[in-house]
Design a protein around this ligand. Structure first.
Ligand code: GLU
Length: 493
């Protein structure tokens, strides 16, 4: 076998997700157990949605968990650059090969034509997809259209009949009919590659031997395999891992469970316990031992022990494991040292001190005023929200709308949060004091506290989200139906 090389290829378009760490962990274990290398590649071809902040958060969260990479940003090897946005020339050269050998074609169809086509296909109860309209254009026609500046994309050709058969390391033989597969766009009209194209080119050039990724990609694999064939390259081995699930078996989502790795750090979980917990997702040690370190997992790793039943990400079980780590792995000195490093991180303390200083008379006032900055969940009840002019329904609406608005911000800072709160207060047509009341209670557990704006900035979106949710839940919760109505109202707000 060639050298084993695996990779994690996150797109920096959101929070650092526990699912990314889970897939990274299994890739790293597989590579290291075979004496191979684990690569990190940033898939940032979606220029509108990719941000530097998200990339930084993903990198630092993986590092926090101890999931370092052998090659990738900050750890250059021979296969770089490891950021797709820095590899444009490579994609242009490679798409030319496919245009030249006739396996890709320029498509000049307007979005209007594509919309109409889709509508017609829906009406005729056909599988929606591109109909090959431009596949037969002659070279000269294409040249003329290009010369006159007609915008276009480049698509791959797909066989019209038969099926794509491939072996998945966990699932055995998989067969997907070509009729299910669309003539995928490889290069967008802005010249940027799509995920599918860049991913295949890079996996080949980075000599990735095993593609271990989430099962949501299984239906894309035929396109990828076909691209390898079009280039005349050997395809890697594919392995589609089961997706993490909420306790109710639905796909793990931040609506039901905190999914951002930052949340687990902010709640004071030990990274080694969280990593161990992710290792337990669908996998067991041959010995049956539930508590294991990364190096123990790497040493005993066997991918065939991954079970395909969707692993449940259950916070109660994580709490149990984290407690076990605290008791069994940390001496009193280590506990003291790590607790202090977590609770009194200098950047955090520097933000909190000015708020407390204005309000305390003695140090002994600090814990009751500022304790909520390090508390996990607060002791609040419906009565905590009792207010002369804001009833429970109104309070829940304020909390939910504020959260939804805050979630749209790229960055939480004093200015951005203040803008959101002011705009909402005006829309709710309330006095600012009244509007802020439910937020004070949900965030700090008290009716009066340090400034809501500063508190949100310091707590961060993950803890803010968790507290707002707790507030809504003690106020009686929002049913699915009410949630839908609220979402509609929010959209037109
Ligand atoms: N960029 C893709 C993602 O965000 C990578 C998928 C893959 O591993 O092929 O999940």
């Amino acid at each position: 076998m060639n050298k084993v090389r695996t990779r994690i290829a996150p797109s920096p378009t959101g929070d650092p997700h526990v699912g990314t760490a889970y897939i990274a962990l299994f890739n790293r274990c597989f590579a290291h157990q075979h004496g191979g290398e684990f690569v990190l590649r940033i898939e940032d071809t979606d220029q509108q949605r990719s941000t530097d902040k998200s990339e930084q958060d993903i990198l630092s969260s993986l590092q926090w968990l101890g999931l370092s990479w052998d090659e990738g940003p900050g750890c250059e090897g021979n296969a770089g650059p490891y950021r797709q946005s820095e590899r444009s020339q490579i994609y242009s050269d490679h798409i030319q090969l496919l245009l030249d050998n006739g396996s890709a074609f320029r498509c000049f169809c307007t979005s209007q034509r594509l919309d109409e086509l889709r509508k017609q296909q829906m009406q005729d109860k056909e599988q929606p997809g591109y109909d090959g309209h431009c596949a037969g254009l002659s070279e000269q026609e294409c040249e003329e259209k290009c010369a006159s500046g007609e915008p276009h994309v480049i698509r791959m050709k797909i066989p019209d009949a038969g099926e794509c058969d491939f072996e998945d390391m966990l699932r055995g033989s998989v067969s997907i009919a070509w009729s299910q597969i669309d003539m995928q766009v490889l290069i967008k009209s802005d010249g940027m590659p799509t995920y599918h194209f860049a991913n295949v080119v890079d996996d080949h050039l980075m000599e990735i031997s095993h593609v271990i990724r989430g099962e949501e990609w299984i239906n894309s694999t035929p396109k990828h395999i076909l691209l390898y064939q079009y280039f005349g390259w050997e395809a890697p081995v594919f392995c589609h891992m089961p997706l993490l699930r909420n306790p109710d078996k639905s796909k793990l989502s931040k609506r039901k469970n905190p999914t951002s790795i930052r949340y687990y750090d902010a709640m004071g979980y030990l990274p080694e316990a969280l990593l161990n917990y992710l290792g337990m997702m669908g996998w067991t040690m041959p010995s049956g031992e539930e508590k294991f370190s990364l190096s123990e997992m790497e040493a005993s790793f066997d991918i065939s022990r991954v079970s395909l039943g969707g692993p449940i990400f259950d916070i109660e079980k994580l709490d149990w494991l984290n407690g076990k780590y605290i008791r069994e792995e940390l001496s009193d000195e280590e506990f003291a040292q790590r607790f202090a490093a977590w609770a009194f991180a200098p950047e955090k303390v520097a933000q909190i001190v000015p708020l407390l200083k204005q309000r305390v008379e003695r140090f002994s006032d600090v814990a009751s005023l500022g304790g909520f900055f390090i508390d996990g969940s607060l002791e609040i009840s419906e009565e905590s929200f009792a207010h002369k002019s804001i009833d429970s329904a109104q309070a829940m609406k304020i909390l939910q709308f504020t959260l939804w608005k805050l979630e749209t911000l790229d960055e939480l800072n004093r200015v951005s949060v203040e803008e959101v709160l002011q705009a909402l207060t005006a829309k709710f047509d309330l006095k600012i004091r009244d509007f802020l009341f439910p937020l004070f209670v949900a965030l700090s557990g008290k009716a009066v506290s340090t400034s809501v704006i500063e508190s949100i900035v310091i707590l961060g979106i993950d803890i803010t989200r968790a507290r707002v949710r707790q507030g809504i839940s003690v106020l009686g919760g929002i049913s699915k139906k009410q949630g839908k109505a609220l979402e509609k109202e929010f959209r037109n707000f």
